[in-house]
Design a protein around this ligand. Structure first.
Ligand code: SAM
Length: 284
């Protein structure tokens, strides 16, 4: 039933975009002393060996983090994200890729709370052992969509929710909208970042319209949408063209920070001449 394993995709162009945005959001949260909570509803294993069997199958990281890792000309936000990946590799060659809980762990302070949900038992165990020595961390082997009820609002009323499901089951498209509504109802000031794949599917096209509708009706501090399109569909119309992040109540600096990075990401990660990005926001 749980066929999806993130190890097949670790460090690809979609992870680069997602983790760049996540890192930027968490850096901003860290600017105030007051503790904050991160809820990662679909957390994965926390880290992935890039020379492992899964990651090597399609070597997706070659079209993602590997193309950035050695560059010296990166805009500051991208450079800082790459530095996190370098820290995860103890400063050496790119052998491991950090998942979202690891990106969060590297940026969070001891007082900040990390709440992870992961349904796959193997990935959940790996993540639990990775976070075992971090105070203020919990890893649940249960449904992250349902977990939001228990987690929100966080005790300090400062928090970030990352919603990053596999979308292999079409019901995920409806569930993310429900989860977003639930999160904002319980925690209207919270920053909620949602990842989605750009596919030639009706569900994929409709999702963005529905996200914007939720954003427009509920977001206290507006929303931001960023999309990076790197590939064309195959001859049958299949394949992931790129991915996007939809952020409700984003840090006010996020738009400009991403605008610095996106042209280079298109140049370096784009797989055809039509590769492009979209960056839009609505301020409240
Ligand atoms: N957020 C991770 C990162 O950025 O490194 C990657 C997560 S991956 C895209 C999605 C994960 O969600 C998979 O590990 C999968 O096993 C898990 N999963 C699927 N459905 C779930 C659910 N309802 N609740 C919690 N985890 C789920």
């Amino acid at each position: 039933m749980l066929a999806y394993r993130h190890a097949f995709h670790a460090g690809n162009h979609a992870d680069v975009l997602k983790h760049l945005v996540l890192a930027e959001v968490l850096r901003y949260m860290g600017e105030k002393d007051k503790a904050y909570t991160v809820v990662d509803t679909h957390a994965g294993a926390g880290g992935y060996a890039l020379d492992g069997r899964y990651a090597q199958k399609n070597a997706e990281h070659l079209g993602g983090i590997a193309a950035l890792y050695q560059r010296k000309d990166l805009p500051e936000p991208l450079q800082q994200y790459v530095e996190l990946v370098r820290d995860f590799n103890a400063g050496g060659a790119l052998e491991q890729y950090p998942g979202s809980p690891a990106i969060a762990r590297m940026l969070m302070r001891e007082q900040d709370r990390l709440r992870c949900y992961e349904l796959h038992p193997t990935d959940q165990r790996i993540l639990e052992s990775y976070l075992a020595d971090r105070p203020n961390s919990q890893v649940q082997n249960s449904d992250g969509f349902a977990g939001l009820k228990a987690e929100l609002p966080p005790p300090s009323r400062r928090g970030v929710v990352l919603i990053d499901p596999p979308y292999e089951i079409k019901t995920d498209y409806a569930k993310v909208i429900g989860a977003l509504r639930e999160a904002l109802q319980r925690f209207p000031d919270g920053t909620v970042a949602l990842w989605y794949p750009q596919l030639q599917l009706l569900e994929s096209a409709q999702l963005l319209q529905r996200l914007k509708a939720v954003g427009e009706s509920t977001a206290k501090k507006g929303w931001l949408h960023v999309r990076l399109t790197v590939a064309q569909p195959d001859e049958r119309g299949f394949g992931m063209l790129g991915s996007g992040m939809f952020v409700i109540n984003p840090p006010y600096v996020l738009h400009d920070r991403l605008a610095e990075c996106l042209p280079l990401l298109v140049d370096v990660l784009g797989q055809y001449d039509g590769a492009n990005y979209l960056l839009e926001q609505q301020t409240a």
